[in-house]
Design a protein around this ligand. Structure first.
Ligand code: PHB
Length: 394
């Protein structure tokens, strides 16, 4: 895809160098290489997704500290900005980081609507961006860009795994309940496509506005629906409340969903979450040296249990490290940097991961069951699942 855009900040730097006297080049280059790389962490540190943003930020810091504070030989300076999961402020916040704070790299964000604002800005400026959560499909589909990578998931992926697992089991009719915004809708599509592959259907979708939590009118409709299961996308504080109210309503239809429904929330959901099946690219009981070390280190740093958000943040920093190590910290070598990141295959706490041609992470989607405060992995819903990347030409 060709994107018409004004000359990037990086391009302007390059242009400036080209105009300067040749004799000053090595010194200028040496100075540029010695300065810290500025990494913007645009995440929600308040609101319903606050804990998600915090865990991502903690894990980014953790990986950088493990590397001695430097990636590719360059010190890393983090610049944090609370995006509050407010899509209306997305473009302006991204511009503040890219233009005012002049970050070299942007890691962000959690909410799909805010991501679209970031995406608009970074497609124009060419800023290297790594998405550590928000699943908005367009980012690695029709609006993909060579400077944008994602280490989390596309909204389609986890819910698709859930739909496949139910379909295989013979489920014919399901409902989908969610917030009415990109993540809820696109997860619903993934769920529907998974079910349909095995002859099942989504017969009803119920929604409410993000981040509202007035679930009662939706729950009241469920007994009247002729469905075998209710699939759902909610996350963070909203997921805690939804799962508790679903249980309190005494509904007989089993609740399931993309794994965010019970991720990082089980303690708060308590008994209400017991037995809920979900699909996600992480879970409890992934028995690997990498995962154990990661979980121990995260706990030691934060006194919190690691969750998928922490994994995604850690992997955003791992991917950046791979790119910067390949070009020895020389951000001007864009071709070398992006090539290394596209080819990256690395060990994540979630298991082995690689990048698809549309620069989306490829990973296993695990089937999990909530049991006594853990999202126990009980199977693999989809192995090495890549987003279709529809419409992406890089
Ligand atoms: C999203 O808006 O893309 C989103 C937010 C929270 C999640 C997952 C996806 O847990």
């Amino acid at each position: 895809m060709t994107i018409d855009r004004p000359m990037s900040r990086r391009g302007l730097v390059k242009g400036g160098l080209a105009l300067g006297a040749a004799a000053t080049l090595p010194t200028t280059f040496a100075i540029a290489q010695a300065r810290p790389i500025k990494v913007g962490l645009m995440l929600p540190y308040s609101g319903t997704f606050a804990k998600l943003g915090e865990n991502i930020a903690f894990a980014v810091e953790m990986l950088i500290a493990e590397k001695g504070g430097k990636l590719g030989g360059r010190p890393i300076e983090l610049v944090k900005l609370d995006d509050e999961s407010k899509p209306e402020n997305g473009p302006q916040n991204a511009e503040r980081l890219v233009k005012r704070d002049a970050v070299d790299v942007l890691i962000g964000t959690v909410h799909s609507g805010v991501q679209m604002g970031i995406h608009k800005v970074v497609r124009e400026t060419g800023t290297l961006t790594i998405v550590p959560n928000a699943g908005a499909n367009a980012v690695t589909r029709e609006l993909c860009a060579k400077n944008v990578f994602r280490t989390s998931f596309s909204n389609w992926q986890p819910a698709h795994g859930m739909g496949l697992a139910l379909g295989k089991r013979g489920v014919k009719k399901a409902a989908w309940v969610t917030w009415d915004y990109a993540a809820g809708k696109e997860s619903g599509e993934g769920f529907r496509e998974g079910l349909e592959k095995h002859g099942g259907k989504v017969v009803q979708t119920l929604t409410l506005k993000f981040p509202e939590t007035n679930f009662q009118p939706l729950l009241a409709q469920i007994p009247g629906l002729d469905v075998e299961v209710v699939g759902s996308f909610f996350a963070g504080g909203g997921a805690v409340q939804f799962v508790k109210e679903y249980k309190a309503a005494g509904l007989k239809v089993p609740l399931c969903g993309s794994g965010f429904l019970t991720e990082g929330t089980l303690q708060a959901q308590g008994e209400a979450a017991e037995g809920i099946e979900t699909a996600l690219h992480y879970g409890d009981g992934i028995d690997s040296v990498k995962n154990t070390a990661f979980r121990d280190a995260f706990k030691a740093k934060t006194q919190r249990e690691a969750d998928v958000y922490a994994v995604q943040g850690y992997d955003a920093a791992q991917l950046l490290a791979i790119g910067l190590e390949a070009v020895k910290g020389n951000l001007e070598d864009e071709a070398g940097l992006y090539k290394a990141m596209r080819a990256a295959k690395f060990d994540s706490p979630r298991g082995p991961v690689s990048m698809s041609p549309s620069q989306e992470v490829v990973h296993n989607i695990y089937l999990r069951r909530a049991e006594k405060g853990l999202n126990k992995v009980v199977g693999i819903a989809a192995e090495a699942l890549a987003d279709p990347g529809t419409g992406c030409k890089l």
